[in-house]
Design a protein around this ligand. Structure first.
Ligand code: NAD
Ligand code: TDX
Length: 340
């Protein structure tokens, strides 16, 4: 099987390629990645001699067409993925997430190639902290940020191309991932690398926002389950019952690193900050028999902390620029207790 992986030099895509090379020797992997600030060739270093890497953009229709024509399956991870960046400059999100997906869809349509679309639970908006509900495949779309609205748009394109043109597509919407090779702009690696750099972790707002954490390897095993057995045209929500509030995550990072769990700063809240995400993954579990392997968030977090401690050369040269970006966006310390 020849699999084209877009965004394979990013966090989840690189872990997908590692897992595929490790567990599926019959699969031939080609990565297409434009190596934005978020892409890193070094993330594919350990498997470099087992895959083909193409440096290019998913909005380049000619390039995409040649690669899709030579593939049996396309797994589309490439995206602009960070909410905070989408608030500063939405254009790259519109271009990559919407036009890029359109470009891939036109090509898989032309060559009748199986397509799997990677999306996010953020398309469903957010839940109140005390709401017993969780997101399911029938929840209405209600995205909050430029990032999530472009992901919602791309999902809609996939559904339309499936219904109108018979494209053989499946979709998955996953909750927040953690694990190795995640860019240090994101919440968990930012706080780990802050502590390792002598900087206090930064908690937005009141720190009570809840995310539903899943280990990246569990996300990727679910993606393979859907490619193998998913029903064409169906959407599958991926989650591992991992709801934790942000303050608890920061306190855990500090504890794991042997620091005082109160040694963090409250900072300016994110505009439009989604309160809570929570996934009901019953369809994936009952129809496809998928189960997560990482059920204990604390031990998964400890392994992730260890990875960042042992792989400083992977992140160190991006740390200063990442923190400068947050400062330039106006992030400022707020008073604990007075934060809203
Ligand atoms: P990431 O930002 O770490 O990686 C994105 C990759 O895409 C990078 O390697 C980048 O160079 C590449 N890319 C960006 N624009 C491109 C373009 N125009 N052409 C080719 N390559 C391009 O993102 P991630 O966290 O690995 O997310 C991967 C996918 O999973 C995204 O579609 C995201 O929406 C989705 N997702 C992420 C999470 C999460 O928690 N990180 C959760 C659910 C869904
Ligand atoms: O420094 C921080 N302090 C903080 O309190 C950062 C960077 C984040 N946060 C909060 C905001 C969120 O409540 O932590 C939570 C997680 O933030 P992010 O890592 O930016 O993730 P989120 O906005 O939830 O989106 C992530 O999950 C869904 C991914 O980045 C998306 O690509 C995915 O679709």
């Amino acid at each position: 099987m020849r699999v084209l992986v877009t965004g394979g030099a990013g966090f989840i895509g690189a872990n997908f390629v590692h897992q595929t090379v490790r567990e599926r020797p019959d699969v031939q992997v080609t990565v297409l990645d434009s190596l934005t600030y978020a892409g890193n060739r070094a993330s594919l270093g350990p498997v470099a001699d087992r895959i083909d890497f193409v440096h290019g953009d998913i909005t380049n229709a000619d390039l995409v067409d040649g690669l899709v024509a030579a593939s049996d399956v396309v797994v589309h991870f490439a995206a602009e993925s960070h909410n905070d960046n989408s608030l500063g400059d939405p254009w790259p999100f519109v271009h990559t997430n919407i036009v890029g997906t359109y470009t891939l869809l036109e090509s898989v349509r032309k060559h009748d190639v199986r397509y799997h679309h990677i999306s996010t639970d953020e398309v469903y908006g957010d839940l109140e902290l005390d709401d017993p509900a969780r997101f399911s495949e029938s929840t209405a779309y209600n995205p909050s940020s430029p990032y999530s609205s472009t992901k919602a748009s791309s999902d809609m394109l996939v559904r339309a191309w499936t219904r109108s043109f018979g494209v053989r597509a499946t979709l998955s919407n996953c909750s927040n991932n953690y694990g190795p090779y995640q860019h240090i702009e994101k919440f968990i690696p930012r706080q780990i690398t802050n502590v390792l750099s002598g900087i206090k972790p930064k908690l937005y707002g009141d720190g009570r926002n809840v995310r539903d954490w899943i280990h990246v390897d569990d996300h990727n095993s679910a993606v393979w389950a859907i490619i193998d057995g998913g029903e064409i045209g169906h959407t599958y929500l991926i989650g591992a019952d991992g709801e934790v509030d942000n303050r608890t995550v920061v306190e855990s990072v500090l504890e794991v690193l042997g620091e005082n769990p109160d040694a963090f700063d409250f900072v300016t809240d994110r505009p439009g900050h989604d309160r809570r995400y929570a996934i009901d993954s019953t369809r994936l579990r009952t129809e496809l028999g998928w189960e997560p392997r990482y059920r204990d968030f604390r031990s998964g977090l400890e392994a992730t902390v260890d990875w960042y401690r042992s792989n400083e050369s992977w992140w160190r040269d991006r740390k200063e620029a990442t923190e400068k970006k947050y400062a330039a966006a106006g992030e400022a310390k707020t008073t604990p207790g007075k934060a809203t």
